[in-house]
Design a binder for this molecule. Structure first.
Ligand code: PGA
Length: 251
């Protein structure tokens, strides 16, 4: 089954609303006419509304970098899926390794968040990946097994047809060390086979698995040539319109 490529930019904690709008104005002409792949940008919360307005009509999707699983309530500091939909989000990144590392995210909270995203009609981009220590200890596959099974616990196939998984080896994030395309393909293949076991072959064949970790204009083409790599989740190189547009336009 042909899967449509998705190139997603995760801006992390960068850009004010004004900087984000300036970016959008520069970026959109650079990707004008790109219609055979999906593009997503995930700005920080305060910039979502302004970026939604700047992207309107462009076909570039808006994403959040996280969400909370309740609709509303006394949860200081949290943002609900409903609120994200209301400002125009179509995607939500969930379980990024920085959230796991610094903000106590676990497979269980990831599971609740994926469930809430799906219920609200958002496309979850569920992030998984091993640390350098885990890879060196030969635990890459057992970590991926635990994170994928934990994140997708108690789901049935119909609920996750829109799901996107991002494989992001922690040692490759922001370090300039990219996994080789063969290392990434091996992990993606493993994740797809896990999803097949959990949710069936049709679902596994349709789910997009993005690679993340030092994706750049120079390495995207080689990564995208791999059969199980369906896109990229791009941090640092998504912060400049020119480099992100080059990645989007991979051949
Ligand atoms: P990077 O970040 O592209 O800066 O390595 C990727 C990510 O954390 O999603």
């Amino acid at each position: 089954m042909a899967r449509r490529a998705l190139i997603a930019g995760n801006w992390k904690m960068y850009k004010t609303p004004a900087e984000a709008v300036e970016y959008a104005r520069a970026f959109l002409p650079l990707v004008a006419g790109v219609s055979d792949r999906d593009i997503m940008i995930a700005p920080p919360y305060p910039a979502l509304d302004a970026v939604a307005a700047a992207l309107r009509g462009s076909g570039v999707g808006l994403g959040a970098q996280d969400l909370f699983w309740e609709d509303e309530g006394a949860f200081t500091g949290q943002v609900s899926p409903r609120m994200l939909c209301a400002v125009g989000c179509r995607y939500a990144i969930i379980g990024h390794s920085e959230r796991r590392q610094f903000f106590g995210e676990t497979d269980e909270t990831v599971n609740r968040k994926v469930r809430a995203a799906v219920a609200a009609g958002l496309i979850p981009v569920m992030c998984v990946g091993e640390s350098e220590r885990e890879r060196d200890a030969g635990q890459t596959f057992s970590i991926l097994d635990k994170q994928v099974k934990g994140g997708l616990k108690n789901f049935v196939a119909e609920q996750v047809s829109s799901l996107v998984v991002a494989y992001e080896p922690v040692w490759a994030i922001g370090t300039g060390k990219t996994a080789t395309s063969a290392q990434a393909q091996e992990a993606h293949r493993f994740i797809r086979s896990l999803i097949e076991t959990l949710l069936g072959s049709q679902t596994a064949a349709g789910i997009r698995i993005l690679y993340g970790g030092s994706v750049k204009p120079e390495n995207i083409t080689e990564l995208m040539a791999m059969p199980d790599i369906d896109g990229g989740l791009v941090g640092g190189a998504s912060l400049k319109p020119e480099s992100f547009a080059k990645i989007v336009r991979f051949k």
